[in-house]
Design a protein around this ligand. Structure first.
Ligand SMILES: Cc1cc2nc3c(=O)[nH]c(=O)nc-3n(C[C@H](O)[C@H](O)[C@H](O)COP(=O)(O)O)c2cc1C
Length: 219
């Protein structure tokens, strides 16, 4: 029947189908632009959108890093570095940095400094060794909490130890982030599609039970 849902049984579908459907439907996704160091201290940067915060106390972020069977090590550099050093920085991607972030997703050979390739510079972190991206509007310094091996991926749970935010983006009253000014960018379906948040905000105030009754005309 026209208009009825298309059904996919993922237990029988190839991995590519699950990937295409999940990244199309779990969207828009924030982008973690991760900087890390290898054991020799060489800088690496790459974006990851299998990403969110998962806990506040302790403050923990989750990052899904797929394995890389086509590479000699079988793993992406970000994962190898995080496993080796236990430290990484999540930098925030804004409008101005999308192209540079995309350069960092090129599969450069191990040891190539993507930050330099993208024309960016590194700024020192405070609590950990990997630097943050100087041009990023915000960065979170993380230490590994747990690494889960999930089939084709490693899920890194990182405890946020310190946060850097461009001063114009902080409302000290909360403190809150001036989210409308952050101009964060989200990733959509993996076919190169992104969304901007600039000028896209609207407010939906939270309702308590009394307000909800009032809204629907009760007493
Ligand atoms: C916006 C964006 C989001 C991405 N998200 C992920 C992700 O969640 N997991 C993943 O394994 N790769 C993801 N990638 C691909 C990696 O960034 C890419 O494989 C990169 O080369 C890994 O670099 P590395 O080997 O330096 O760690 C993403 C790429 C882009 C452009």
């Amino acid at each position: 029947m026209k208009g009825s849902p298309v059904y996919f049984d993922l237990s029988a579908a190839p991995g590519r189908t699950a990937y295409n459907l999940l990244i199309g439907l779990v969207a828009p996704r924030p982008i973690a632009w991760v900087t890390s160091l290898d054991a020799e201290g060489r800088l690496n940067a790459a974006p990851f959108s299998a990403y969110n915060y998962v806990s506040i106390d302790p403050p923990v972020l989750a990052l899904g890093v797929a394995r890389a069977p086509e590479r000699e090590s079988g793993e992406k550099d970000t994962y190898l570095n995080i496993r080796a050093t236990g430290e990484f920085v999540v930098n925030v991607v804004d409008d101005a940095l999308v192209e540079a972030m995309n350069v960092c997703a090129v599969d450069f050979p191990r040891g190539v400094d993507e930050i330099a390739q993208a024309g960016l510079s590194a700024a020192p972190s405070t609590r950990i060794r990997p630097p943050r991206i100087a041009q990023a509007p915000a960065a979170m310094e993380c230490r590994v909490h747990t690494i889960l091996s999930l089939g084709n991926s490693n899920v890194v749970l990182g405890r946020v130890e310190a946060v850097h935010v461009r001063d114009a983006l902080v409302d000290t009253a909360g403190p809150y982030i001036r989210a409308e000014e952050l101009h964060a960018v989200g990733r959509m379906n993996g076919l190169g599609a992104y969304v901007r948040t600039r000028g896209a905000f609207f407010q939906v105030p939270r309702l308590d039970y009394r307000a909800w009754l009032r809204e629907r005309g009760g007493s």
